[in-house]
Design a protein. Structure first.
Length: 175
C-alpha cells in the first residue's frame, strides 16, 4: 500500500478515536494493523509529552501561587505552611517524574529550591527567630544551590545562588 494512502487511513483512524466514532480497542487494532505496530507507540509518546508539558506548566505556577498564598491571603499561618509543604512535595514528585526525561527536569529543581527558600524564611518569621539565624539559613541554602549546581553542571542554580547572595548582601548593607 502506498505511503500517502496509509497516512490518510491513519489520520482517519485517529479522527474516529478522538471523536469516539469507534471504540478505542477497535481504533487501536486498526492503528496497529495499518502502521505495523508503530502507531500505538507514537500515540503513547504524544500523550506522555502532553502530560509532561502540562505537569511542567503546573509546577512552574507553584511559585507565584505560593507568593499569593503567603502574602496576599488571610489564611491562618499553619494552613499556609501546609500548602507550601504540599507544593514542595509536588515539585519533588515532578523531579522524580522528569529525571528520566532531560527536557523538563530543570523546572522542578528550580521551583523546589525557591519554594524551600520561601518556606524556610516564612517559618523562621513565624517562629520569631533572631535575624542572624535567618541570614545563616539563607546563606546556607544559596551555598547549597551553588554546590549542587556545580556538581550537576546546572548553571542556572549557580547563577541563582550568586544573584541571591548579591541581593542578600545589598539588603544587609542597606539595613
Amino acid at each position: 500500500m502506498n505511503k500517502q494512502r496509509k497516512e490518510t487511513i491513519v489520520q482517519e483512524i485517529e479522527y474516529w478515536k478522538r471523536n469516539r466514532l469507534l471504540p478505542d480497542q477497535y481504533c487501536d487494532y486498526l492503528m496497529a494493523l495499518y502502521t505495523e505496530g508503530e502507531g500505538i507507540k507514537q500515540t503513547a509518546k504524544k500523550r506522555r509529552k502532553v502530560f509532561s508539558l502540562l505537569f511542567a506548566c503546573l509546577i512552574s505556577l507553584l511559585v507565584p501561587i505560593t507568593f499569593l498564598v503567603i502574602y496576599f491571603t488571610e489564611m491562618p499561618v499553619h494552613l499556609q505552611m501546609l500548602l507550601v509543604t504540599f507544593f514542595v512535595l509536588l515539585s519533588i514528585i515532578g523531579y522524580f517524574i522528569f529525571r528520566k526525561e532531560e527536557s523538563f527536569i530543570h523546572i522542578p529543581v528550580f521551583v523546589t529550591a525557591l519554594l524551600i527558600l520561601v518556606f524556610s524564611i516564612k517559618s523562621l518569621e513565624v517562629l520569631s527567630v533572631q535575624l542572624p539565624l535567618t541570614f545563616t539559613v539563607i546563606t546556607f541554602q544559596t551555598v547549597l544551590w551553588f554546590i549542587i549546581g556545580y556538581i550537576k553542571k546546572w548553571y542556572y542554580l549557580n547563577i541563582s545562588a550568586i544573584i541571591t547572595l548579591v541581593l542578600f548582601v545589598i539588603n544587609i548593607i542597606s539595613m
